[in-house]
Design a protein around this ligand. Structure first.
Ligand SMILES: [Zn+2]
Length: 312
């Protein structure tokens, strides 16, 4: 980081970490939702921000001119700082460009139902400063942004959390500083979230296999953990991916007597019993539906009557 920028940033209340060309801005409250960790990448020709978060605006005025914004995906907390850079070119995965282009798009990505639409719109405007960017350009797996001076950002398509979710691999002069931005492969104790309308358990599991096979020294999540070295990443990601099997074991136990998916939703397998409300019900339902499909194929469950499942 240029020393002038370093001096300006040193009074920041939230931690700022440097890895060669990458500067990680830990979000408010340690990057806990609705905040998140954002990454500034500086090459000799361009400066790019990945996932400008809600708390990123506290750094505006201290940053170099930003040429591009790259979005890992378009959930509301990841796009909350897009409005800060109206002159920067905006990029999102081609599957998900629509979600940053309009209010209709972000509502569609979030699976907003008709009677929740007014509340969602006012929330996303008031708390996430949503500012549609109809000029957003789509990227795809393997695309490389060249920032000059040997600094690049490569797209690693990792669908599952959403259908456009991508990790971003920052490479600079020294391999020891390479950093993979994991976005919402967040490695939390909750486990992988694939409860959205555009989420996929199968894809999330494959994406975890992919990132766990990558030989990178540093990994950065958007929430919670921030930056981990490879050893810590492998440990946390094994626990995180293990939650998929843990959920299936719970479901198998619950379905030792025949049950419907609706009964399992009410019982709660994935969320806690205290996580009530229609939005949690919908997520639990979609996540369990995907588990049931997978377990039917693996002959771990059988359908004893239409819509009624029992462990084999
Ligand atoms: Zn997300």
């Amino acid at each position: 980081m240029p020393s002038a920028l370093k001096q300006k940033l040193q009074h920041s209340q939230d931690p700022i970490l440097e890895f060669g060309a990458s500067t990680v801005f830990i979000g408010r409250n340690g990057g806990k939702f609705p905040y998140g960790n954002s990454v500034l990448v500086q090459g000799s020709e361009e400066s790019i921000v990945i996932d400008p978060s809600k708390s990123f605006k506290s750094h505006i005025g201290e940053l170099p001119e930003i040429d591009r914004i790259i979005l890992s995906h378009c959930h509301q907390d990841h796009v909350a700082g897009v409005h800060l850079f109206p002159d920067a070119t905006c990029h999102a995965h081609e599957n998900e460009v629509y979600a940053i282009q309009s209010m209709d798009g972000i509502c569609e990505l979030h699976g907003v139902v008709a009677d929740e639409r007014t509340e969602f719109e006012s929330n996303v405007l008031e708390h996430f400063s949503f500012s549609p960017r109809p000029d957003t350009i789509g990227y795809k797996d393997g695309d490389i942004f060249d920032l000059g001076g040997g600094v690049t950002i490569e797209v690693v398509f990792t669908p599952g959390h959403t259908h456009g979710h991508s990790c971003l691999l920052v490479r600079g002069e020294h391999r020891k500083d390479d950093l993979l931005f994991l976005a919402d492969i967040e490695l939390s104790g909750f486990g992988p979230y694939y409860g959205g309308v555009n989420s996929s358990l199968e894809q999330f599991d494959q994406s975890l296999d992919l990132v766990r096979s990558m030989d990178i020294p540093w990994f950065c999540t958007f929430h919670h953990l921030g930056v981990l070295d490879k050893e810590a990443f492998l440990k946390r990601s094994a626990q995180y991916q293990g939650m998929i099997g843990y959920r299936e074991n719970k479901l198998r136990d619950y379905m030792s007597t025949p049950r419907t998916i609706d009964q399992a939703v009410e019982h709660r397998i994935i969320y806690r019993k205290t996580d009530v409300g229609p939005s949690n019900d919908r997520s639990e339902h979609w996540m369990l539906t995907q588990h049931v499909d997978r377990m039917l194929k693996a002959e771990q469950l059988k359908e004893v009557e239409p819509g009624l499942y029992q462990a084999c």
